[in-house]
Design a protein around this ligand. Structure first.
Ligand SMILES: [Zn+2]
Length: 265
């Protein structure tokens, strides 16, 4: 901690600090408390406004009393009504829409059966936060041309649907998943797939995994091309996407059923 302090110039405020002890430790608790010199705290506490705990939180940990008390709730609704009528429907709609959009993406992207790295890359791509070259404007003299095709500037839209190199991947993957629609952006294909309820659960699950695996594995190979001098390999990316999808499906459903619903074509 002293080393951290020396590098960062940040110091621990003894008066504002607590020590939290969790898990199996060999040293007696009292000794630890003495060594660090902070009073022992108990969880849950609020850190930057968010409840922090080592176990599942109860509603009361979120300050239910303040938030859901009957009086204050009614106040909140009447305040909201006032605000709504003063703003007009269109403006209120514009205010809520981005949040609803975000909720739609969040619900689609974060699923327990999708490996977090796939969800994360897709989330960044959808939110426009992936570090494609068009976003690195602060780097002087950066050649923003797509390193895969060398034809256009590299953006999320280019990389994930317009680049002729990655288009070969999408073509095969969409065909394999039975998605006939030719999409132009990653958002539109996910939105479309997310609203399609036709098809078996296996196929629905497969679509979700494969689309996100595709974004993640294309991004991974793009990085290997740029940073490690590797050569783009369409067949290999397709193989990796299918391999990832089948291995997750096999862990959830019987292999016979998987192959029946989603033959490798
Ligand atoms: Zn390209």
């Amino acid at each position: 901690m002293e080393e951290f302090s020396a590098c960062s110039g940040l110091e621990v405020n003894q008066g504002k600090s607590n020590i939290f002890i969790a898990g199996n430790i060999r040293v007696p608790k009292e000794e630890l408390v003495e060594v660090f010199g902070f009073p022992e705290g108990t969880l849950p506490i609020k850190y930057l406004g968010i409840p922090l705990a080592s176990k599942r939180l109860n509603a009361s940990d979120y300050g239910q009393d303040e938030m859901l008390e009957k009086g204050s709730r009614e106040d909140a609704i009447s305040l909201w009504r006032k605000w709504f009528s003063s703003k007009g429907t269109q403006e209120a709609y514009d205010w809520f829409r981005p949040r609803e959009e975000r909720r739609f993406w969040a619900k689609y992207v974060w699923k327990d059966f999708v490996p977090p790295k796939y969800s994360f890359t897709t989330w960044l791509a959808i939110r426009g936060r992936l570090s494609t070259k068009d976003r690195l404007v602060f780097v002087d003299d950066l050649d923003t041309t797509c390193q895969l095709c060398g034809r256009q500037d590299e953006s999320v839209d280019h990389l994930f649907f317009k680049c002729p190199k990655t288009w070969g991947v999408w073509g095969k993957i969409l065909e394999w998943l039975g998605i006939a629609r030719r999409s132009v952006t990653i958002k539109s294909v996910i939105k479309w797939a997310g609203r399609q309820s036709r098809g078996s659960v296996i196929v629905q699950t497969a679509k979700r995994i494969a689309l996100m695996a595709a974004v993640s594995l294309i991004w991974k190979m793009r990085n290997a091309v740029i940073f490690d001098g590797k050569t783009w390999d369409t067949t290999r990316v397709i193989f990796q996407i299918k391999e990832a999808t089948y291995s997750i499906l096999y862990s959830r459903y019987s292999p016979d059923q998987v192959v029946l619903h989603l033959p490798d074509r």
